[in-house]
Design a protein around this ligand. Structure first.
Ligand code: 6PG
Length: 474
């Protein structure tokens, strides 16, 4: 279609939900003239109503919206991931001009993005799959963004995204991630880490409450205190605030009235699934996904709970136990990020993404849900040693883990002995111990495979594959 009115707007947004609207207002605050389109006229009206005197305009017609964008058109989609993205892309395609740039800012599955990048490239259009983190507030005040696709297409939009991104030490929390679907792959792993950190915090909450007898006020204070130390993170901060909120209707602390069935939109599960495809163990993320799934079996749990014994309060001096728990938390947190980064490093090689892990840690330091002060250490570690196979090989990080080890063992063993479930604490500890073992019992698995299926085995210190005629079984 001819661009009959190449005028004012630098950027167009399709999908004017809160995220879409907020991102447009953020761009407008930084001097960009922006346009929005939504199939739902109420969303367009809301944009118009809330825009005040900003350079923002809402459109009810897709054609009119497109005709008002400067060329090449930059059109971002913030619509629910899945078939809706394909539907919007197919509505757009007849109107596109060569060189137009479509940006999908949703949590799309990276395999879908891969397909879309290829299909649109074959028609002369650019497709950027961009992970956007930080929720509604991040979109308005500064998100962290993970764009992947063609580098030249990204260069065109770079000034806009650098302007609106969160800043840490003056550096924007956005960088070109790599080719193809790399941006959405990195966002998926970000979310896998998010799931594991949330599971870690929720287990810690349970231990503090049921194991150490903390009430909500004490929980709010402890999480706030931890947030001033090396455990500082966005998730820690919001957790401390959650315990201060009351349910106006019941008068109870709101947290106590919230159902324990955890929902999920799928990004954590995808992280586990694709990690398994690549044979990269991320057990702390796997267990976080499983625990959300387990939480759904409410009536089964109620039934089984009738005959279960209640977890006991831990004996011992509270201050000392809290300090041990802080160490165990730190240990887990480090290893959760480390598993995510390990997955990124293997995926980078397998998929040819050429990921810069230091740059990814840098843009995760602000704006996103997993931002934390520890990301500064990760950033430095990969800056010093970009080829690091695994984060825990970095000497100072390894030393810190070693220092926490006896506390983690104490926490896990005491928790389990007194009836508390600590799936992520136990899993992460086992991951670390196993990863640090020069010899695993998996030699026995090899022997068993050869026994029942003649799958062969290899020998230590001798080339070749071997099979044994094992004793017969009665
Ligand atoms: C972010 C978040 C966000 C995600 C929600 C909900 O980075 O801003 O990861 O993208 O959609 O956290 O995810 P679940 O519904 O799967 O928990």
């Amino acid at each position: 279609m001819e661009n009959t009115n190449p005028t004012a707007f630098h950027f167009g947004m399709i999908g004017l939900g809160t995220m879409g609207r907020n991102l447009l207002f953020n761009l407008a605050d930084h001097g960009f003239a922006v346009a929005g389109y939504d199939k739902n006229p109420e969303q367009v009206a809301r944009l118009e109503k809330e825009k005040a005197n900003k350079q923002v305009r809402g459109f009810n017609s897709l054609e009119e919206f497109l005709s008002q964008l400067t060329v090449p058109r930059v059109i971002m989609l913030l619509v629910p991931a899945g078939p809706i993205v394909d539907a919007v892309v197919s509505d757009l395609t007849p109107h596109l001009l060569e060189g137009d740039i479509i940006i999908d800012g949703g949590n799309s599955k990276f395999t879908d993005t891969d397909r879309r990048v290829k299909t649109l490239a074959s028609k002369g259009y650019h497709f950027i799959g961009m992970g956007v983190s930080g929720g509604e507030e991040g979109a308005r005040k500064g998100p962290s963004m993970m764009p992947g696709g063609e580098a030249t297409a990204y260069q065109h939009v770079q000034p806009m995204f650098e302007a609106i991104a969160a800043k840490v030490n003056g550096e924007p929390c956005v960088t070109y991630i790599g080719p193809g679907a790399s941006g959405h792959f990195v966002k998926m792993v970000h979310n896998g880490i998010e799931y594991a950190l949330m599971q870690l915090i929720s287990e810690t909450y349970s231990l503090l409450k049921a194991g150490l007898g903390f009430n909500n006020t004490e929980l709010a204070s402890l999480f706030a205190l931890w947030n001033r130390g090396r455990l500082e993170s966005y998730l820690m901060e919001i957790t401390s605030k959650i315990f201060t909120v009351k349910n106006r209707e019941s008068g109870h602390p709101l947290i106590d009235d919230i159902s324990d069935e955890a929902k999920a939109k799928g990004t954590g599960k995808w992280t586990s699934q694709f990690a398994m495809e690549l044979q990269v163990p991320v057990p702390s993320i796997d267990v976080a996904v499983s625990m959300r799934d387990l939480s759904k079996y409410g009536s089964l749990r109620q039934d089984l709970a009738r005959e279960a014994t209640m977890p006991e309060i831990w004996p011992g001096e509270r201050q000392a136990l809290v300090s041990e728990l802080e160490q165990a938390f730190y240990f887990n947190m480090v290893l959760i990020y480390a598993q995510g980064l390990h997955l990124l490093s293997v995926a980078s090689q397998e998929y040819g993404y050429h990921l810069n892990l230091a740059a990814i840690a840098r843009i995760w330091r602000g704006g996103c849900i997993i931002r934390s002060s520890f990301l500064e250490s990760i950033y430095k570690a990969y800056q010093d040693q970009p080829e690091l196979e695994h984060l825990i090989q970095q000497p100072s990080i390894r030393r810190l883990l070693q220092e926490c080890l006896s506390s983690v063992r104490q926490v896990v063993s005491r928790a389990m002995a007194s009836g508390h479930a600590v799936p992520i604490y136990a899993t992460t500890l086992n991951y670390y111990v196993t990863l640090s073992s020069s010899r695993l019992p998996t030699n026995l698995i090899q022997a068993q495979r050869d026994f029942f299926g003649a799958h062969t085995y290899e020998l230590v210190g001798k080339e070749g594959v071997f099979h044994t005629q094992w004793p017969s079984v009665s």
